[in-house]
Design a protein around this ligand. Structure first.
Ligand SMILES: Cc1ncc(COP(=O)(O)O)c(C=O)c1O
Length: 426
């Protein structure tokens, strides 16, 4: 099946009730068939559903569908994108080790890496720029993962994943990629060497601003058994499961089986089945929403670029964007519908713009059917120091727009009105 079809039908065959929509299994437990099968389930010899912190039939469809879309071997749905980032990294990094990361990251990811992981004894090595060589230069014996956003939020930098995965693999380290902004319909990181892909489903996949969720997808290709010293957790007997050795006993999907049976079992950031259902509803229309959002975003970017009240515009679809070539190579020329700009008059003018929009929603989200506006330096990235902001590619006057699927003329009219207010016209 092609992506557009997979997004609607993947991972679901109508099951025993022949329900055309994926049913919501609102249950905590499933009956254990008998003591023998229960024992097999607890020894990880049988995959059956038993307790819904770990697995649920509705979530299972979402996991299969996203694994198929991302060319992965398995997936784990979690309660938010932040949970996906955290669980994905903690499945590999333990106290005394480090994670190497690109600097252009969503604010909460940045703070998790810069501060949160340190409390658990894990060092985050944040590169000075998004160049793969810069990041790879930080890898050493203690490195457990290289992490980046395939398309950074909000700067829109597209990482050279082919080169980064090559450099990481040369050093025996897996690449973990947050593919939230691109979605698997624009970019498949695993095809470019990534080993693990994470998403906030809260954004484009959910798409309507009604559900928080996250997913971790296992590419299934990293040779964990060849790096037993670096990844003891996947190569030594797991005491909680009678000595299971993940890399030996689950050679095709060791990473994601451990994520579920250790990370999820022990810490429990479960996605509610109703949330999985909402994410599945969103996924069904993702392809058509993306097309409309991208067309609207291009029209908005061109309109802003031609407006003398605008100081600068950064849109990955423009030839002057630093990632313009990478957009052709990695995204097939389809620039995401996120763009940033500054109003003439700097910080104060940009804030006046922010305060004056009527149709655009002042909302801390992106990828919605509705057009959204945010001022990152005072909100999503407020906790960053001026130096960190610069590293993350966020000037103080930056306004971020996430373009929705409204009629474009209504969007342009709202921008015109808010720009007038920004520069003190009328
Ligand atoms: C790129 C990216 N990753 C992760 C997250 C965190 O996702 P959530 O809000 O679902 O926890 C976000 C949120 O904006 C994001 O933009």
């Amino acid at each position: 099946m092609r992506d557009e079809t997979l997004a609607i039908h993947g991972g679901y065959d109508g099951e025993s009730t022949r329900s055309a929509a994926v049913p919501i299994y609102q249950t905590v437990t499933h009956e254990l068939p008998d003591a023998e099968e229960a024992g097999r389930i607890f020894d990880l010899e049988s995959p059956g559903f038993h307790y819904n912190r770990l697995n649920n039939p509705t979530n299972d469809v979402l996991e299969r569908r996203l694994a198929a879309l991302e060319d992965g071997v398995g997936a784990l749905a979690v309660s938010s994108g932040a949970a996906a980032v955290y669980q994905a990294l903690r499945n590999l990094a333990t106290a005394g080790t480090n994670v190497v990361t690109s600097p252009e990251l969503y604010g909460a990811t940045y703070t998790l890496l810069a501060h949160g992981l340190a409390e658990e004894g894990i060092e985050a090595r944040i590169a000075d720029d998004c160049d793969p060589e810069t990041m790879a230069g930080l890898i050493d014996e203690g490195t457990r993962a290289v992490f980046c956003e395939s398309v950074s939020n909000p700067a829109g930098t597209v990482i050279d994943l082919d080169r980064l995965s090559e450099l990481a693999h040369e050093r025996g380290v897996p690449l973990v990629v947050d593919n939230t902004i691109a979605t698997p319909l624009l970019l498949k990181p695993i095809a470019h060497g990534a080993d693990v892909v994470v998403h906030s489903l809260t954004k484009f996949v959910g798409g309507h601003g009604v559900v928080l969720g996250g997913i971790i997808v296992d590419g299934g290709r990293f040779p964990w058994a060849d790096h037993a010293e670096r990844f003891p957790m996947l190569n030594r007997p797991e005491p909680a499961f009678h000595g299971v050795v993940y890399a030996r006993d689950f050679p095709d999907n060791a990473y994601i089986v451990r994520c579920r049976t250790v990370g999820m079992r022990n810490t429990g950031p479960t996605l509610a089945p109703f949330s999985a259902f909402l994410a599945l509803q969103g996924l069904e229309t993702l392809a058509v929403r993306l097309e409309r959002q991208q067309a609207n975003a291009r029209a908005v970017a061109e309109h802003l670029a031609a407006d003398p009240r605008v100081a600068w515009v950064r849109y990955a679809g423009f030839p002057d964007h630093p990632s313009h070539d990478a957009v052709q190579r990695y995204l097939g020329g389809r620039a995401p519908s996120i763009l940033t700009f500054g109003a003439q008059g700097g910080y104060a003018a940009s804030l006046r713009f922010f305060d004056s929009v009527r149709l655009f929603k002042r909302v801390l989200n992106l990828g919605d059917t509705k057009s959204l506006v945010v001022h990152p330096a005072s909100t999503t990235h407020r906790q960053l120091t001026p130096g960190d902001l610069e590293k993350a590619g966020i000037p103080a006057d930056m306004i971020r727009l996430s373009i929705g699927i409204e009629h474009v003329d209504d969007l342009l009219a709202d921008l015109d009105h808010a720009l007038s207010a920004a520069v003190g016209e009328g």
